[in-house]
Design a protein around this ligand. Structure first.
Ligand code: NAP
Length: 264
């Protein structure tokens, strides 16, 4: 009997936007969706390093409202709308150390980067997606949104928890209109962001990079699988979720964390 695998995971004819698609998890997702046949648009503040990239690159700083509007306009004019939106930008920018280390400015910056930029982009792009009466939105969150680690990621974790609640509510609003909305929450993943966090912690604690990572993982409750995820592993999950194979999935938050979150 022939396998239906390709038919259900084929993205030919679909147009996807991946924010932060030049590095790390976003790049792996962009590559995976492109391999599955989608036309892929990526955004970031700087041009990707690869020059022979298959994707369409649009420069934008998504924490700047005016640039979000310009991006939405450019996508409408050049590509005629989207079928798949991957809201991927985010990361830890505030210092560690707990509540007393964080200023109003730190909190505002973390909320802009990890929550408000995504809400603003969805709002700018959704009218055209709704016109098609079909589409998928994936919000890349973090295990920190359900399992905050006070020393390392307090403001980030709060921002991602807000993203989780927003994503759930948006899924309920849009399900009757044919749009699926899902959240993907990676644990520690081997990207430039994570490598930077490990190096910073190593520099301030006098540990080697490997020791610093093991200490950070232990403070987060440990990783039963004993290693970080590779970005391609997160991308495989995202590919499945945006594909026709996942046609009845909406509103859920998928942890991909090597077993880190210890609750059912
Ligand atoms: N890595 C992990 O361990 C981990 C764990 C859990 C969750 N996550 C989440 O996964 C997502 C991706 O993380 P990552 O580790 O792949 O990050 P990364 O390695 O730092 O890559 C971030 C990407 O976003 C772009 N970007 C950053 N700021 C931007 C802005 N203001 N406007 C537009 N683009 C911007 C970057 O390009 P430019 O710098 O050129 O703009 C780059 O393409 C984030 O939401 C993060 O919170 C990561």
């Amino acid at each position: 009997m022939e396998s239906n695998h390709n038919q259900y995971q084929d993205l030919a004819g679909k147009t996807a936007l991946v924010t932060g698609g030049t590095k790390g998890i976003g790049k792996a997702i962009a590559d995976k969706l492109s391999q599955a046949g989608a036309r892929v648009i990526i955004t970031a503040r700087q041009q990707p390093e690869e020059t022979n990239l298959a994707h369409h690159f649009i420069e934008a700083d998504l924490t700047q409202p005016q640039q979000v509007d310009q991006l939405a306009q450019a996508i409408h004019e050049t590509f005629g709308g989207l079928d798949i939106l991957i809201d991927n930008i985010g990361g830890v920018t505030a210092p560690g150390g707990g509540f007393s280390s964080l200023t109003d400015q730190d909190w505002e910056q973390e909320l802009q980067f990890n929550l408000l930029a995504t809400i603003r982009l969805d709002r700018a792009l959704l009218p055209r997606i709704l016109e098609k009466k079909s589409g998928v939105i994936i919000h890349i969150s973090s295990v920190a949104g359900v399992k905050p680690v006070w020393y390392h990621n307090l403001a980030y974790a709060v921002s991602k928890a807000g993203l989780n609640a927003y994503s759930k509510a948006l899924s309920n609003e849009l399900a009757p209109k044919g749009i699926r909305v899902l959240t993907v929450s990676p644990g520690a993943t081997n990207t430039p962001l994570m490598q930077g966090l490990v190096q910073n912690f190593a520099a301030t604690s006098g540990l080697s990079a490997e020791e610093a990572f093991q200490r950070m993982a232990a403070q987060a409750g440990g990783i039963p699988m004993g290693r970080m995820a590779e970005p391609e592993e997160v991308a495989s999950l995202v590919h499945f979720l945006v594909s026709p194979a996942a046609s009845y999935l909406t509103g859920a938050n998928y942890l991909i964390d090597g077993g880190t979150v210890p609750v059912v």
